[in-house]
Design a protein around this ligand. Structure first.
Ligand code: SAH
Length: 638
């Protein structure tokens, strides 16, 4: 990313942004004193022209008119142009000017806006309809774009015309997260329905040729669901392998874009032609021992092959095994074909348009080339869930006590940038403005934390970037521990999926801020919830905190059914502290229904206390002054 400033104020603004995003800051010679900036000496227009193809995104802090003039002769095609963003000099607005979808400018504008606490300005039609752009729909799932008239289909969607979606393969999760009132029609209308779609979206492994004078515009996405099983003689060239795969795909009308990976016997794990082909096309290679391959039943076993390598089938068996084992394929259930609507199944990664009975869609074909030694055997199997080709990430995010202003910019960016956001519904509501169209947003009831963690891991293992949100800090009675425990139980290697934790302001810190400085000295937090911790452990900790004169914050102090714990806790503190010890009861801090009561240990139970309350009990030195609670820092500074 390149950041371009022409005034000192703009340079200052973009310098901060460059530091947090790793962008290169460019300034004219007149601003040569700006630190860590690259200097350009030509005109702005010439400078932009000279670096236009070097960056994937340009961020200007400059008048929009000046930016338009500078880039006018450079913009070519939305599938190739870099993203162009303009920030006004007071950093109130972040405008996605060019390449909003495929170039990623819309998403980048949202991310930068969160960092700067500015308003993103997105003028694309799909943004205002709250729909994902049709030309970026499959990117999170690693789908490849096929041919089609993307501009016309996008236009039909933005006019809210009926757009038919025929999804033959790949995850249907996206369908469950469309906004109400979208105009997609899924599948084929039956005779009784009078549906006349104005555009069509194919999501398929088949390569379709669209005639330029077809009745309606069409586009095609190719989820990567094809596993190509290969058998070949030693020393077969990469060229022959490439031709063989291309020929077989063409003959069966399959899109090479839909190839997930190559599968073969482990004897071929070092076959140069196969390795080169995979490397150049960025395809994974799965290899299997003969013992595994021979277990697979295939239509065309060969006794000659069996004698040579110990399994009667290499290409067919490897293709079938290659397609198994993607995350989620084991979990798919048959739920019947779907017609209209917002994915009624919701959480499944795939639904079975085509519950795959027989995954081998191309039985083995032997391809030879004139003048080329060797022969290649190709077979192709269909996997139920697509290969995303991405390494998943788990972003464990603390959203702060409630108000978005109390959430860190890094946490906001994590939520906005994620492919999927998982959390308890109340917290998801609080962060609603950060969510973007096309994101997979899943809430699970408050009691199902473990399921939430498992779901997040499932999506991340599949390749998505998943934000798991907890209120306050995610590592304090939040989701971070649950996710990491589950990962550990699954034998996680600590690296994949990648985990990043984003801290948040925890309830006790937020509550303390609203009543002054009660935590000035040593303090501790104790949760009174005995759902996951035995009560006698909690009681011991209460005793120790009270005896140790810690300022103590009680989380989860009382629920509708758990009413005795707070009474017992108060009793324990009364054994060690004066009845007049100041106590703060802070409910829904930084939310619209915030409520604060300052009281004493003696009287605290006369006030309402519930699951949205944090209780802060002072230490022996804590005092009350007017409406404030102060714990002395502790050093005598006489
Ligand atoms: N991860 C959260 C804590 C979850 S435990 C955090 O770091 O804040 C839930 C308890 O946190 C509640 O029962 C309550 O005691 C406290 N809490 C959470 N949000 C709160 C808020 N906005 N105001 C007051 N207390 C809150």
């Amino acid at each position: 990313m390149a950041a371009i400033a022409t005034t000192p104020k703009a340079a200052q603004l973009l310098q901060t942004l460059s530091q947090s995003t790793g962008a290169t800051l460019w300034v004219p010679g007149s601003l040569a004193s700006i630190e860590n900036a690259q200097i350009y000496t030509s005109s702005l227009k010439d400078q932009i022209a000279s670096i236009w193809h070097e960056y994937r995104a340009f961020v200007f802090c400059l008048a929009t008119g000046a930016v338009v003039r500078a880039i006018a002769s450079l913009v070519e095609d939305k599938s190739r142009d870099p993203a162009v963003i303009v920030i006004d000099r007071d950093s109130r607005f972040v405008i996605s000017l060019c390449s909003g979808h495929q170039g990623g400018a819309d998403e980048l504008a949202r991310l930068i806006a969160h960092q700067l606490d500015a308003t993103p300005v997105l003028t694309g039609a799909s943004a205002s309809l709250n729909l994902p752009g049709i030309d970026i729909l499959g990117l999170p799932f690693g789908w490849r774009q096929g041919s089609g008239d993307w501009t016309k289909v996008s236009a039909a969607i933005s006019r809210r015309e009926t757009v038919q979606v025929i999804q033959e393969v790949g995850s249907t999760l996206w369908q469950a997260h469309l906004p109400q009132g979208h105009s997609f029609y899924f599948g084929f209308p039956d005779d009784r329905e009078s549906i006349s779609p104005k555009a069509r979206v194919w999501i398929s492994a088949t390569k379709r040729q669209f005639s330029p004078d077809a009745d309606i515009p069409k586009v095609q996405w190719h989820p990567r669901v094809l596993w190509v099983g290969i058998g070949c003689e030693r020393g077969t060239s990469r060229q022959l392998i490439e031709v063989a795969i291309a020929q077989v795909c063409q003959h069966y009308h399959l899109a090479t874009e839909a190839i997930a990976g190559i599968a073969t016997i482990d004897l071929k794990a070092d076959e140069p032609g196969i390795l080169e082909y995979c490397r150049d096309r960025n395809l994974p290679l799965k290899t299997f021992p003969a013992d595994s391959l021979r277990q697979v039943s295939t239509p065309n076993p060969s006794s000659i092959v069996e004698r040579e390598v110990g399994t009667p089938s290499v290409a067919e068996a490897a293709a079938i095994l290659g397609g198994l084992g993607e995350v989620g394929s084991r979990r798919t259930e048959d739920k019947g074909t779907r017609r209209r609507g917002n994915g009624e199944t919701g959480r499944q990664l795939t639904t079975n348009y085509s519950k795959i009975q027989n995954p081998l869609i191309v039985p083995k074909q032997i391809v030879k080339l004139e003048g080329e030694p060797g022969a290649v055997t190709v077979a192709i199997a269909l996997s139920e869930l697509e290969y995303t080709g991405r390494t998943g990430q788990l972003l464990l995010v603390g959203t702060g006590p409630g108000n978005l202003e109390q959430m860190t910019p890094a946490a906001k960016t994590a939520v906005t940038g994620a492919d999927a956001v998982i959390g308890y519904s109340l917290y998801l509501e609080l962060i609603q403005p950060l969510l973007r169209p096309g994101q997979i947003v899943e809430s699970l009831p408050i009691t199902q934390e473990k399921q939430r963690a498992q779901r997040a891991i499932e999506l991340a293992q599949w390749g998505l970037t998943v934000a798991v949100v907890s209120s306050g800090d995610c590592g304090i009675y939040g989701m971070a521990g649950l996710v990491m425990e589950e990962l550990q139980a699954l034998g996680w290697n600590g690296k994949i999926p990648k985990v990043e934790v984003f801290p948040g302001i925890t309830a006790v810190v937020a509550a303390a801020a609203r009543v002054g400085a009660p935590l000035m000295h040593d303090f501790c937090t104790i949760s009174l919830s005995d759902l996951l911790t035995p009560w006698d452990v909690i009681e011991k900790r209460l005793e120790a905190a009270a005896a140790g004169d810690f300022v103590t914050a009680l989380y989860n102090p009382r629920s509708q059914t758990r009413t005795q714990q707070i009474i017992t806790a108060r009793g324990i503190f009364l054994k060690h502290r004066n009845p007049n010890t100041p106590v703060a009861l802070v409910r829904s801090v930084y939310r619209s229904d915030e409520q604060i009561s300052l009281t004493t240990l003696d009287k605290m139970l006369e006030f309402p206390i519930d699951m949205l309350t944090t209780v802060i009990i002072g230490n022996r030195s804590t005092r009350r002054h007017a409406d404030w609670m102060i714990t002395p820092r502790g050093y005598s500074v006489s």
